[in-house]
Design a protein around this ligand. Sequence first.
Ligand SMILES: *Cc1c(COP(=O)(O)O)cnc(C)c1O
Length: 224
Amino acid sequence: MPVNTEEYLRIRDMLTSMDVTLVAVSKTKPVSDIEALYALGQRDFGENYVQELLEKQAALPADIRWHFIGHLQRNKVKYIAPFVHLIHGVDSLKLLQTIDRQGAVLGRKIGCLLQMHIAFEETKFGLDRQELTELLSGPDGGRRLSHAAIRGLMGMASFSDDKEMVRNEFRTLKSTFDAVRTDFFSDDSSFDTLSMGMSGDYAIAMEEGSNMVRIGSLLFGARG
Ligand SMILES: *Cc1c(COP(=O)(O)O)cnc(C)c1O
């Protein structure tokens, strides 16, 4: 299936008018698909697998902003640390500390989003509210790390046709985001990103206050 450039332009122009960042999720898709959107001006791309990301990063233009949106193992951080723009799935202090150490080695600040568990389903990764508070307020609180910079929160709603449930999950994440910003980041304007919404639910996510959506199959077609 070819890249749906018409849909891309439609979504992009709508998001731009609402100040929402579009991350084009290109996992499992070939480099040529990424090039097709790059040619139209897209620069933010999301990938889930370290090895795949490394291969694509090496083959594609250096001004692409790569978002790592999958589950990241600590022993793999070093591979993506030199170039990754934003790591969306940070769900432990240990992972955050590993990112911080790699950032320090490289002398670069690495943007991170803390992943919250908002879905009804048990299988999704992420922190609950209590774990988030502990991570931020502990003695070596994640907030104070100098090279892993917490830029906001990320979450995935339930994979469900129940729109009200999905809406409520996004609403909960937005209220957590607002509370955390007030309680922990009132002096740090770089905590400003709320990554929520995918192909099936991005419109609801935006109505509930998302300012970054991660869209794959609507742009690139279903994954095999
Ligand atoms: C695959 C993936 C997406 C994109 O999903 P689509 O339904 O294809 O838009 C977004 N976020 C995460 C974390 C993903 O793993």
